[in-house]
Design a protein around this ligand. Structure first.
Ligand SMILES: [Zn+2]
Length: 78
């Protein structure tokens, strides 16, 4: 699970939150309650933009160039 760093523009609070990718971003500062609480992208060591995650999409798109007729035998190849 990725850790996101948030910073409050109102009071300067900085805090890390462990969140699922699917979780809503936290919109309120836990310290002062301001809604100027924003995710900092620079701190994340994770790739947050979601290309390449969807193995099922790849599977559904049919045989790729690496899969000849009869399949290539790799897991993901039908
Ligand atoms: Zn705050």
């Amino acid at each position: 699970m990725p850790i996101y760093e948030y910073r409050c523009a109102a009071c300067g609070t900085q805090k890390e939150h462990l969140q699922k990718m699917s979780d809503e971003p936290i919109a309120q500062c836990p310290s002062c309650g301001s809604s100027d609480y924003a995710k900092q992208l620079s701190a994340a060591g994770f790739q947050l933009k979601g290309n390449g995650w969807y193995v099922t999409d790849f599977k559904n798109s049919g045989s790729g160039p690496a899969c000849g007729s009869g399949g290539c035998g790799s897991s993901g190849c039908a």
